[in-house]
Design a binder for this molecule. Structure first.
Ligand code: 25A
Ligand code: L14
Length: 340
């Protein structure tokens, strides 16, 4: 346990996730000695507010990490590939939100409510990976079930917000919606098809097995976080015209029997979870309610009538907060408190 304060850098500070990381660091009272906000040359010179001060954004270069002790990255896989080891070599511990390093066996992949102990492995490469947003909220909700009854198989379908793709996609949904309701022509730059008033079963690239990369992230990352390759996972990830928060229909087959009542009981006390489940009064998790919170909302908890040991539930969380920025800052908190 230490009470030290740290020199912290945020890489990708001007993006949708980077911005939220800055807010989180402020809100959660992270022990900060100094901050440095880094982005591409495009953003250099802009100023961002942090705890009442205006902090200039600097261009990310090989020399950016001198004196930095913790560097939180969300600037895309390419930037992480190039600069995470530069930061680590210059002595910083990196918490990386990109998909670049998640499956590296020498890099821990961490959701603090589920596998905080894995953070200890940061010493191998100086990097800790933040999982994919859809995986994070699913494992937060499944963890208590896994610990009590084991998991044989997960079948999940996601309904993902456009903010996952960054600011340009938020603008695209807004602009297309405005154009369509005014009967005007619209552009599409970010997604291959119109996203306004539509649903696209396509997130990230297609792989050779017919799944998308986003779907395979849910398969592989879930197993790595639970440290259990016996868990079967199949996913269909869908983009919907929602700005913030991913929703997920999660079906789980457990090894041992478990009742819906017991699942509700476990989730009521599970860290990071809020049970929102009173269908008789039209109460269930919704994207518009999860947005702006750090909790993972779980509802529609019920026994799957088609198999012996099955549970169905609806899991919703703010993809920019718990799905990215909050989870990364929580990792940095455990790191700072327990390891540095
Ligand atoms: O590789 P991945 O993991 O799949 O991630 C790809 C992208 O997904 C987002 C994030 O986008 C990331 O870049 N992302 C990743 N994980 C996510 C998660 N879990 C996630 N989103 C949600 N949940 P983003 O838009 O949020 O953040 C982009 C930030 O990265 C900075 N950046 C990009 N390249 C950089 C770099 N920083 C340093 N060096 C580089 N080479 C980027 O800064 C932004 O902060 P910026 O200065 O490039 O952009 C600042 C403003 O400019 C806009 N913009 C971006 N691209 C263009 C642009 N404007 C004009 N033309 C462009 N081509 C941005 O919208 C921003 O407002
Ligand atoms: O792997 O476009 O963290 O919604 C998460 C958001 C990949 C893209 C990741 C999106 C990203 C994704």
């Amino acid at each position: 346990m230490s009470d030290r304060k740290f020199n912290v850098a945020v890489v990708g500070a001007t993006g949708a996730v980077g911005n939220q990381m800055i807010t989180c660091l402020g809100e959660r009272n992270f022990p900060i000695k100094s901050v440095k906000f880094l982005a591409s040359a495009r953003s250099a010179g802009r100023e961002l507010r942090f705890r009442g001060d205006l902090v200039p954004v600097e261009e990310l270069t090989e020399k950016s990490f001198e004196g930095v002790e913790i560097a939180i990255f969300s600037a895309g896989g390419g930037t992480s590939e190039k600069f995470a080891s530069v930061a680590a070599k210059s002595g910083a511990v990196v918490v990386d939100n990109s998909s670049q390093w998640r499956m590296d066996p020498d890099i821990p992949l961490v959701v603090p409510e589920v596998n905080p102990h894995a953070i200890a492995g940061y010493t191998k490469k100086g990097i800790i990976a933040n999982p994919n947003c859809s995986t994070i909220q699913m494992v937060v909700a499944l963890n208590p079930i896994y610990r009590e009854a084991g998991i044989r198989r997960i079948v999940v379908a996601t309904y993902q917000a456009v903010s996952g793709t960054g600011k340009k996609a938020i603008d695209e949904l807004f602009d297309q919606t405005r154009s369509m309701i005014n009967f005007l022509p619209f552009d599409k730059k970010v997604y291959p098809h119109r996203i306004a008033f539509n649903a696209l079963p396509h997130i990230d690239k297609f792989e050779n097995n017919g799944y998308t990369k986003e779907e395979m992230k849910m398969v592989k990352e879930t197993r790595k976080i639970f440290e259990d390759d016996s868990i079967g996972v199949t996913a269909t990830t869908v983009r919907v015209p929602v700005f913030y928060s991913h929703s997920e229909a999660v079906n789980v087959e457990t090894l041992k029997p478990i009742s819906a009542e017991r699942v509700r009981e476990l989730l009521l006390v599970a860290p990071g979870v809020k049970v929102v489940d009173d269908p008789a009064n039209d109460v269930y998790p919704m994207a518009i309610d999860a947005a702006g919170q750090d909790a993972t909302l779980v509802g529609r908890i019920r026994k799957d009538i088609s198999i012996e040991n099955g549970i169905d539930m609806w899991v919703v969380a703010d993809n920019i907060r718990k799905g990215a920025a909050t989870n990364a800052v929580q990792i940095a908190e455990v790191l700072a408190k327990e390891y540095l």
